[in-house]
Design a protein around this ligand. Structure first.
Ligand code: GAP
Length: 438
């Protein structure tokens, strides 16, 4: 499948099947902002829950946090974002569209929109933070920002959490939340948007231990992505060169995926040193040191950060899972999502709409829902079409109630990937599915 073709197919499938809609579509849409529909929100929740489980619940050395989006404006001065969170912007003097100066097309001197050559203005720096006002007075003193990363909420809570959770360095703080960037050139569907979610973890270590922890977290995060079922041939690390490093980073590696539009980052692992804590300490006048209880040594910890874009990882999951196959002369579209991630786990169908089969199927469907297994009841159309509808949204199993069910209480379970069918007692379906979800 040609690469851009795959993106078009994903945009169309996710819209048609209730995964992702353009924001405010009835008004013509909002630039690069997307809404997650019934299936999209489930996939996103499953992804975030998986991250939270690995990063917080399964570890003794990471605590969770849910900090507010709006923070004291001094946070962004201390963090360097007011001064340095900028992209170079150029404007085409013919069509007046604005672009990031570092786009390859722009670098070549040709306007990506109108095609005019050498009509760009000199680059100027554009701050990506969204600004608004706190309270009823719209003046400079009331200026406040929508956070461009969730990390700062963690730094300002470092001592609150260390003290209340009685953690000792090394330990980490994790949170998932919205971030906002007024991107000059957003695009590629949910890849680069102006409102997105991050799943970030800041790991506080003794200076000198940072490089070892950096390597550990790199390995850990790559293994986690592979554990989601993403093909490892499509994953790689990219080390930041000196000109790519963010203003806070001493060392950084991206985890990249080979998207239809090329290899691109969807998670960053950064060695942020003591940059952020030291700057907050200086600016707030509050000590942000850790005192080692064994040695009484005082230090401002170094930070190793793992920063995953939730929406971008969701795009990775969709792009990696999409496939088309020929089955009995027909094209079958499948989202081969890992069952644990799939929004729906089971489709339940009566083979025909008579002989009491719908009632039996509804009972089974309701039993699954009560057992917290997302199930979808479908009695509309030919059975083959019902299978295809579930394949397309990634449902791993379809259960069919047929004539034999009334006789011996068994149903068929059909596997999305192998297309194999097994007969199982209707009263065993919940256990059968649970066993496979792990
Ligand atoms: N706290 C560090 C930080 O924010 P980053 O590399 O700027 O680092 C981390 O962002 C991740 O956030 C990226 O790897 C990406 O997945 C996601 N991200 C950043 N900007 C984004 C955007 N405009 N749209 C969607 N996701 C974005």
């Amino acid at each position: 499948m040609a690469a851009p073709d795959l993106m078009d197919k994903l945009v169309s499938l996710t819209k048609r099947r209730g995964y992702i809609f353009q924001s405010s579509e009835i008004y013509g849409g909002t630039g690069s902002v997307w809404d997650y529909g019934p299936l999209g929100v489930e996939l996103k929740r499953n992804l975030k829950d998986r991250w939270w489980r690995a990063m917080v619940h399964e570890r003794d050395d990471v605590e969770g946090l849910d900090a507010a989006i709006l923070m004291h404006p001094s946070v962004w001065e201390a963090s360097g974002h007011v001064e340095g969170f900028t992209d170079p912007l150029v404007e085409c003097s013919n069509c007046h569209r604005r672009f990031r100066a570092d786009l390859p097309e722009v670098d070549g001197g040709q306007c990506p929109t109108c095609g005019t050559r050498d009509a760009f203005s000199e680059p100027r720096l554009f701050n990506l933070m969204f600004k608004t006002f706190m309270g009823p007075v719209e003046d400079a003193a009331a200026t406040i920002y929508l956070r461009p990363e969730t990390a700062q909420g963690i730094y300002v809570n470092f001592l609150n959490i260390q003290g209340t959770a009685r953690q000792r360095v090394p330990f980490g703080i994790a949170q998932i939340g919205k971030a906002f960037r007024n991107e000059i050139t957003p695009g590629n569907f949910i890849f680069r948007t102006r409102e997105f979610e991050q799943a970030e973890m800041q790991f506080f270590v003794k200076p000198g231990d940072d490089e070892e922890w950096f390597e550990r977290w790199k390995a850990e995060r790559m293994a986690w992505h592979e554990g989601l079922g993403i093909r490892s041939t499509k994953l790689r690390f990219h080390e930041h060169g000196p000109d790519e490093l963010a203003h806070y980073a001493k060392n950084a590696f991206d985890i990249e995926y080979e998207f239809p539009f090329g290899w691109k980052e969807f998670e960053g692992i950064h060695n942020r040193t003591d940059f952020d804590l030291a700057r907050h300490q200086e600016r707030s006048g509050k000590r942000l040191e850790y005192i080692d209880p064994a040695s009484n040594e005082r230090f401002v910890p170094y930070v190793v950060e793992t920063s995953m874009g939730v929406d971008r990882t969701l795009l990775v999951l969709l792009a990696d899972a999409y496939r088309e196959e020929e089955v009995e002369g027909e094209t079958r579209v499948v989202l081969g999502l890992q069952p644990q991630l799939a929004p729906l786990k089971v489709g339940v169908f009566p083979l025909v709409k008579k002989d009491g089969l719908p009632e039996l199927a509804i009972k089974l469907h309701e039993g699954l829902r009560k057992a917290a297994i997302p199930s979808f009841y479908d009695a509309a159309g030919a059975i083959g079409r019902r299978y295809r509808r579930q394949d397309e949204v990634g449902t791993p199993w379809c259960v069919t109630v047929d004539g034999q069910t009334s006789e011996d209480g068994t149903v068929t379970i059909r596997d999305r990937d192998t297309l194999e069918q097994v007969r199982v007692g209707a009263d065993q379906v919940v256990t059968w599915v649970r066993d496979r979800l792990g």
